[in-house]
Design a protein around this ligand. Structure first.
Ligand code: ADP
Length: 275
């Protein structure tokens, strides 16, 4: 685990020994990559948790030393509460992701109306958008009700994550659109915003844990960088996928594709599916 950089010298003919060397080297590549990912992940997780802890400690120390009035103590407790909230959110999301990796999260499948869910999300979005005066639009590009097999709570969590991102990264007075369509046996939901958008180089990474385009701005918005990792897990656990297109200054469009029949049996060994 300490040194995974060394490789066996590759043979230059096609005999069995050279094939085995190539195979071992490829395995070492994969091991090296996955060890690096784990190290990076624990580093990021500790860093993300240390920041609110440092703030908590700093504020508490200063207050204990200087504060005299009840109001001053109350201010500190209020500010501490924000950091505690933040840590709670990070830990909860990390726990969800960790459980999803070892198959400890279950999806409770049932037949549900995606059309109804999209309409409820539209009404909820209108309330969420009020403060920023973002205009919400719904486009049902289907002739009849779309019913799918899925976990209602998880699907709702996935869409709300995408919607709250759309609102978070769209300036006041912008637009948000929720589109439902069907392509053969796939249901497609698009969450489209007219927000700040992202450069192409970020798009491959935004579904990684803790990846944030603008770390400084994001901390103030209360982002953890874990939302999209969870969104991706939920889409894939349903046998579906998520994709994104974006243009800086114009907006972003996240597209979720879900098989109407739900995930295929045995295809996602890490998810326990209850019917
Ligand atoms: P966060 O909690 O930081 O929003 P996410 O995992 O949900 O974490 O998103 C990862 C990053 O992707 C965000 O920090 C942001 O930079 C970018 N992002 C996500 N959604 C959008 C969007 N609709 N418009 C612009 N940028 C976005």
């Amino acid at each position: 685990a300490d040194n995974l950089t060394r490789r066996l010298p590759a043979g230059n003919n096609q005999d069995e020994l050279s094939q085995m060397v190539a195979c071992l080297n490829q395995m070492l590549d994969r091991l090296e990559k996955s060890f690096r990912r784990i190290r990076q992940f624990s580093g990021d997780a500790s860093h993300e948790l240390r920041t609110p802890l440092t703030i908590l400690r700093g504020e508490t120390e200063v207050t204990l030393r200087w504060a005299k009035t009840t109001d001053e103590f109350r201010d500190m407790l209020r500010s501490n509460m924000e950091e505690i909230d933040r840590m709670e959110r990070i830990i909860e999301s990390l726990l969800t992701l960790a459980k999803s990796e070892v198959g400890e999260l279950t999806l409770e499948m049932k037949q549900l109306s995606l059309s109804d869910m999209v309409q409820e999300l539209y009404l909820q979005s209108r309330i969420l958008c009020e403060a920023k005066q973002i205009k919400v639009e719904m486009d049902l590009k289907v002739e009849q009700e779309v019913r799918i097999r899925g976990d209602e709570l998880r699907l709702r969590q996935m869409f709300l994550n995408l919607i709250s991102n759309a609102i978070k990264y769209t300036p006041d007075g912008g637009e948000l659109k929720i589109v439902l369509a069907q392509e053969d046996d796939l249901a497609v939901v698009d969450i489209v915003d007219s927000g700040i958008g992202m450069h192409a180089e970020h798009l491959a990474h935004i579904f990684d844990r803790f990846y944030r385009v603008d770390k400084a701005r994001n901390r103030m918005d209360g982002g953890t960088g874990l939302g999209l990792a969870i969104v991706k897990w939920i889409a894939e656990a349903h046998g579906g996928s998520i994709s994104v297109t974006s243009e800086v200054g114009k907006g972003s469009s996240f597209s979720v594709r879900l098989p109407i029949q739900g995930p295929e049996e045995g295809k996602h060994p890490k998810t326990t599916i209850l019917d």
